[in-house]
Design a protein around this ligand. Structure first.
Ligand code: SAM
Length: 255
């Protein structure tokens, strides 16, 4: 029953129209700052309750036990990544609309994907599907090398401004089609895709380092998808494991 509940609350919203703006600039590495969240952080009790809620899940779900992930979820002020009219709902264990027909993912799924990625300090991590910037901020709690790409230009611009306002300028954010990864020659220790692909994009497999991991929902658009853990061996062999049924908005682009 719990499993069904998760599938249902992952249901996302229809895509709305948007205007196209210019590409984002990369952050100046010399200007990298750590987050400057309000101290003491507002709504800490709600964050603690959010973590408590998803830690109770059992049965068909996968438990979130990684202390680094739990600490990150307790620290990052999720409500600041949610548009003002939706802030009251920011700490429910559910996706929340962020405009442009997109959503910030359910906290449990953010935590689970981060745990599955097994991010360690110093690792270079790519997120495909910046959305609100929340998942990127969680990853940035675990490593300084976070790259994130968003295909909807005005959403990418809005989130880039938010990341700057929060002092998260060390996160490399750009607008573009993440089906093709960051750039042809780039390589990453970890890749998280936060929109559902119909197949694993081969450019992302190429950009995954030997020994790397990718977490990606794969399946039909607007249908039942599987969250996959993809690993690349030291010799470049690919192994794939289906872990959980999910529903994400589609990965668009890819020609
Ligand atoms: N990770 C986000 C967060 O923390 O708010 C939520 C991601 S939302 C479920 C999926 C995002 O993927 C949307 O913002 C969508 O525009 C983006 N997206 C879809 N296809 C994409 C592509 N080819 N390249 C980059 N972003 C893409």
């Amino acid at each position: 029953m719990r499993r069904l509940t998760h599938i249902i609350i992952l249901l996302l919203l229809p895509v709305s129209s948007f205007t196209v703006a210019g590409p984002l600039q990369k952050a100046d590495p010399a200007a990298i700052r750590r987050p400057s969240y309000p101290a003491p952080p507002e709504r800490q009790e709600e964050r603690d309750a959010m973590v408590h809620t998803f830690r109770q899940y059992s049965g068909a779900t996968i438990a979130v036990t990684d202390q680094g992930v739990i600490q990150a979820m307790r620290h990052v002020p999720r409500h600041l990544f949610v548009p003002a009219p939706e802030r009251a709902n920011a700490y429910r264990d559910a996706p929340v609309p962020i405009g442009f027909g997109q959503t910030i993912s359910q906290p449990y799924i953010v935590a689970l994907m981060t745990q599955l990625a097994d991010v360690r300090p110093g690792m270079k991590v790519l997120e495909v599907g910046t959305g609100s910037g929340y998942q990127a901020a969680i990853l940035y709690e675990l490593t300084d090398q976070v790259y994130t790409i968003e295909i909807i230009a005005p959403l990418a611009e809005r989130t880039h401004r938010l990341l700057e306002d929060l002092g998260l300028v060390g996160i490399q954010a750009k607008e573009g089609d993440g089906y093709y990864g960051w750039s042809p020659g780039a390589t990453f220790d970890r890749i998280l895709v936060t929109a559902a692909a119909e197949h694993i994009p081969s450019p992302l497999l190429r950009q995954l380092k030997p020994g790397g991991r990718m977490v990606i929902p794969v399946g039909p658009k607007w249908g039942n998808q599987e969250l996959l853990l993809v690993t690349k061996s030291a010799r470049g062999g690919i192994a794939t494991r289906a872990l959980l049924p999910v529903r994400f908005v589609p990965l668009t682009g890819g020609g």
